[in-house]
Design a protein around this ligand. Structure first.
Ligand code: DLL
Length: 432
């Protein structure tokens, strides 16, 4: 099923004409309204009028997460606050989050792309969709929620956690679709096994999983342990949230909703555009977003693009599953975590040395975060009570910034191996 045939199956020539028209309008708006973009364009020696083809976009400078940080919170906004209806956020590279404001039109567009996404994944009005993405500042909860309602499905807004209650609702209400991170779907499977509940006897048939990287092996594991077909969905806060791309029933890549998001793949080192089929960094430009359009946003996600028509009938380009990142961002329980964030917290705590090791593991499908932190000689030779107080302080600081639980292990001075070159700060033991 296709939610919006006009745009999802538009002949590519027509689509490209539409994209160029929208791109020009978007560039003219940001040039007029946002000093950051005006300066960047001027430095690159261009004006919106210099862009006369889609290929010309490579002349425009990139936008990065750092630019969001430098313009925090509203430096990239193009409308008065009175027109902003909602704000979401996700973690940035240090303490301050990335802020995503939406106008009423932005929310309509987001609901539209989420309705397309859910329809592509196989959701219909007859489904009962249990939404176990986090509600709140995270875009997952409300993004799926409104998309599900738009399609006409029955939406159960369970949000994350409370696994036993999730299972009870699946059984009692007759949930057919679960929307959650891939790792959470395995937690559900395991918890069901523990209480002797056979998920195969429920009505569950479909899972829409994203917000963190997952491999084909993990998909096989999910599909073996739950009675669902697991579909991949991709998106990011800076661009819209979930709803940028999704798999169709053919499952041969994720179709990008190109009438709203213009994709490019570039060489992460040189920034030069790469041809279709070559792996590189995904760069996205929003074509219709009002409150906070982004021009050439470097996602840091590694993909390649395939423009060949798909058997499903969609003409929209397909991206491969995300196979990695060009930076050190970790997704821990669906939350973006940067080692630099942790470092900047540690550096503010007295008695702690700037030597640390971040250990990420997956214990029974749940991501586990432990940080080893060296303490100063003075603290180390102090009383136990003081060490405990320091450990609690570090734990509280890290947890309140990241919003996820962490174990802190204080270790002796000079016990963390020193690197001669680049320090190794992260040990990721998860096998995705
Ligand atoms: O994770 C939005 C989302 C919510 C997507 C629910 C899908 C489902 P952020 O928290 O801003 O937004 O994180 C965005 O997560 O740049 C990728 O690195 C990663 N990511 C998101 N979806 C996938 C996926 C949401 N399907 C960052 N596969 C992105 C791999 C993904 N990585």
């Amino acid at each position: 099923m296709i939610w919006n045939s006009k745009y999802e199956t538009m002949p590519r020539g027509e689509l490209e004409t539409l994209q160029l028209e929208r791109l020009k309008a978007q560039l003219a708006r940001v040039y007029e309204k946002v000093p950051f973009y005006r300066h960047a364009f001027q430095q690159g020696g261009i004006t919106p009028d210099s862009i006369s083809s889609l290929a010309d976009i490579s002349r425009i400078p990139f936008t990065t997460k750092q630019d969001f940080r430098d313009n925090y919170p509203f430096g990239l906004l193009t409308v008065p606050m009175a027109q902003v209806c909602r704000i979401h956020a996700s973690s940035g590279t240090t303490g301050k989050p990335v802020v995503a404001p939406y106008t009423a039109n932005d929310l309509r567009m987001w609901t539209e792309v989420m309705a397309r996404t859910l329809t592509s994944a196989g959701v219909t009005k007859d489904d009962v969709m249990q939404n176990a993405y986090g509600y709140g500042l995270f875009t997952g909860g409300l993004g799926f929620h409104y998309g599900g309602e738009r399609v006409g499905a029955t939406v159960i807004p369970t949000s994350t956690g409370n696994t036993k209650r999730q299972l009870m609702l699946i059984q009692d209400i007759g949930t057919t679709v679960i929307t959650c991170t891939p790792s959470y779907s395995l937690i559900l499977a395991e918890a069901a096994a523990e209480i002797g509940m056979d998920l195969k006897l429920t009505k569950l048939r479909l899972g829409i999983c994203g917000a963190e990287p997952w491999s084909e092996q993990m998909r096989s594991e999910i599909e073996a342990k739950l009675p669902i077909k697991a579909v991949d969905i991709y998106g990011l806060t800076e661009v819209v949230g979930p709803g940028v791309s999704v798999e169709c029933p053919r499952r041969c890549g994720l179709h990008i909703f190109e009438d709203h998001f213009l994709p490019e793949v570039v060489d992460p080192q040189t920034g030069k555009p790469l041809p279709y089929g070559q792996k590189g960094e995904l760069v996205l430009t929003t074509l219709t977003k009002e409150a906070l359009p982004v021009i050439r946003f470097r996602t840091r996600d590694i993909v390649s693009l395939a423009p060949e028509p798909c058997e499903c009938g969609r003409t929209l380009v397909r991206m491969t599953k995300v196979t990695g990142r060009t930076d050190d961002m970790l997704k821990i329980r669906g939350v973006n975590v940067f080692p630099s964030q942790i470092e900047s917290i540690l550096l503010q705590v007295e008695g702690v040395e700037p030597h640390y090791l971040i250990i990420v593991d997956r214990e029974r499908h749940l991501d586990d975060l432990e940080i080893w932190v060296e303490v100063s000689e003075a603290v180390f030779s102090d009383e136990m009570r003081k060490m405990e107080a320091l450990q609690k302080r570090v734990k509280d600081e890290v947890e309140s910034t990241l919003g996820i639980g962490v174990r802190i292990k204080l270790v002796e001075p000079k016990s963390i191996a020193r690197a001669e070159g680049k320090a190794k700060r992260v040990v990721d033991r998860r096998e995705l």
